[in-house]
Design a protein around this ligand. Structure first.
Ligand SMILES: Nc1nc2c(c(=O)[nH]1)N[C@H]1C(S)=C(S)[C@@H](COP(=O)(O)O)O[C@H]1N2
Ligand SMILES: [Mo]
Length: 377
């Protein structure tokens, strides 16, 4: 008998020296990253924001789309987009990063979406807060988790499924968790979850369920694929592991100068080179960013811009948006490796040795940018 197992791949690690496969390339061509020069924008233009879709972008119709809230609630609700748009409207600036960012740099490489460091973007998400809707539905005393279901369907490691992720009730009740219908002031595009998605500031991307149409309150821990099997930090295939949740601190360098077409090695002229980039953490406010131009032998503090003040920008919140940093580099001819490293108020920082795990999740190894300082001025 034919079953989905026939076409579904098991999880595996690349063999030593095995290059990126055609299947990884197929994923990479669908799910693009942030071109690193786009680190220049406070808010990432929508088309430059990274993209990650496990299955197909589903067909949805904003005029007929509904959101159902059911399960362990006193009054199940069914709301259409017009009703959601009439509710209180808020806008949060949020840096979103895929939990698999950095995966393709790991040794051995978990075979999956082969991100280098570019699976990140910052958007202004507009929608209505989730918490008041949950309170209106009336949570039963035994409700412990909230399950979010997207309209997309596929198979992963032999398990046929709708894309589903759960959150513990206290996280779902945070005031900044949104049901978003706009991104950067325009209705959501199909690839970013039109017409409705969940936004959970500070958490890795897999939590922000796109094409959201059902919310179910559970009296147990959700044991579905995306929570119980995928998105766990494990050391080996049989390790139960721990769930992937909030974003680890990371700084990225906006590569200076101009690139070589194939190697993307940078060339800059000697003199003072302003090096800039962005840094963020989903755990706690940043406390600093350091830069090295000698491959990690010496680190110097960068100047970190203040956090975005929501009140100055007409936003409702910006606590989980990235911040710009700057460093003036006195560049003399030669070859250099530039890196930046972020530290947050929880004491977390970025490792210079890979934090390896079986799925390649939450890997915030420092980025390395190869730069050639030219001899001429
Ligand atoms: N329904 C649904 N939601 C989803 C996904 C998905 O495949 N289906 N991918 C998740 C993952 S892994 C990430 S990193 C983010 C990416 O959001 P973006 O494509 O809008 O950048 O969406 C999340 N939400
Ligand atoms: Mo992701």
């Amino acid at each position: 008998m034919s079953t989905v197992d026939e076409v579904s791949r098991p999880s595996r690690l690349a063999e030593p020296g095995e290059g990126i496969t055609a299947e990884e390339l197929q994923l990479a061509a669908r799910n693009h990253g942030l071109p690193l020069e786009a680190l220049r924008y406070d808010v990432t233009p929508v088309g430059l924001h990274y993209l990650l879709t496990h299955y197909d972008i589903p067909e949805t119709d904003a005029a007929r789309h509904t959101l159902t809230i059911e399960g362990r609630v006193d009054h199940p609700l069914v709301l259409d987009l017009a009703e959601l748009r009439r509710r209180p409207r808020v806008t949060h600036r949020v840096t979103m990063e895929c939990a698999g960012n950095g995966r393709a740099l790991l040794e051995p490489r978990p075979v999956s979406q082969p991100w280098l460091v570019e699976a990140v973007g910052t958007a202004d998400w507009t929608g209505t807060p989730l918490a008041p809707l949950l309170r209106e539905a009336g949570l039963s005393a035994d409700a412990i988790e909230v399950l979010f279901t997207g309209a997309d369907h596929g198979v992963e490691r032999g398990v046929e499924q709708d894309y589903q992720r759960s959150l513990p009730v206290p996280e779902a009740l945070r005031e900044d968790v949104l049901l978003a219908y706009e991104m950067n002031g325009a209705p959501l595009l199909p690839q970013h979850g039109a017409p409705l998605r969940l936004v959970v500031p500070g958490w890795y991307g897999m939590t922000h369920v796109k094409w959201l149409h059902r919310i179910e309150l559970l009296d147990r821990e959700f044991d579905g694929y995306q929570n119980a099997v995928a998105y766990r930090v494990r050391q080996h295939a049989d390790d139960p592991g721990v769930p992937v949740t909030r974003i680890e601190p990371r700084a990225l360098v906006q590569p200076p100068g101009f690139p070589d077409f194939m190697s993307r090695t940078r060339a800059v002229r000697p003199g003072t080179v302003p090096v800039t980039g962005r840094a963020w953490s989903g755990h706690a406010p940043l406390t600093g960013v350091e830069v090295t131009v000698d491959g990690g032998v010496t680190w110097e503090p960068a100047t970190l811009d203040p956090a975005v003040e929501a009140t100055d920008t007409g936003l409702t919140g910006a606590e989980w948006a990235w911040r710009r940093w700057r460093y003036d580099w006195a560049a003399t001819p030669g070859r250099y490796t530039l890196s930046a490293r972020a530290t947050d108020a929880s004491g977390r920082t970025q490792p210079v040795e890979q934090p390896w795990n079986r799925g390649g999740f939450a890997n915030n190894l420092v980025q390395r940018v190869e730069v050639l300082v030219l001899a001429d001025r």
